[in-house]
Design a protein around this ligand. Structure first.
Ligand SMILES: [Zn+2]
Length: 164
């Protein structure tokens, strides 16, 4: 999924494989690839800058009680999509390309693939034909919706428990 970047401000291009773009109308940032990645490629590894007991809009859930602030921090600008091109593997701590990614593509991930519950739900406007609509934690989404996505080991385990 390419984004139109002509109207966006490039805040920085010093991250090797990505640039942070800021849209002019709202305080909306996105992370745009500057390189090509093959499907299943490891885009980068990540770690926890901080660990929090509760989720916020900037954290990624890694297990029942731990929500991390990502390092490198610019990964926080990877937005949600219902047709994502990346996956945060919180077992191996690798950001994975779900399909081929080209320079200029916005990096996106499916928030419920890591989040069992979310601090804030929101209405998705991704425009994908399979758009989930109201984005909530995986806990509140139907199994047949979640089965369309790659999920972290943590979310998959929670889902299996729910469905037992
Ligand atoms: Zn959507």
């Amino acid at each position: 999924m390419s984004v139109t970047t002509s109207s966006a401000t490039v805040l920085s291009g010093h991250y090797g494989f990505a640039e942070i773009h800021k849209l002019p109308d709202v305080n909306h940032h996105l992370l745009v690839s500057t390189k090509s990645f093959n499907p299943e490629a490891t885009i980068c590894t990540f770690s926890a800058k901080e660990i929090h007991p509760l989720p916020s809009r900037y954290t990624v859930q890694v297990n029942e009680t731990q929500h991390i602030i990502l390092l490198p921090e610019f990964l926080q600008y990877i937005n949600h999509s219902c047709n994502p091109n990346t996956f945060f593997n919180t077992t191996t701590m690798e950001l994975i390309a779900l399909r081929a990614i080209a320079p200029g593509d916005e990096f996106t991930f499916f928030y419920p693939s890591t989040e069992w519950f979310m601090a804030e739900t929101f209405a998705c406007n991704c425009g994908d034909h399979g758009c989930v609509g109201i984005i909530k934690g995986a806990k509140e989404l139907a199994t047949d919706v979640l089965n369309r996505y790659r999920l972290t080991d943590f979310i998959q385990r929670k889902l299996n428990e729910r469905n037992d």
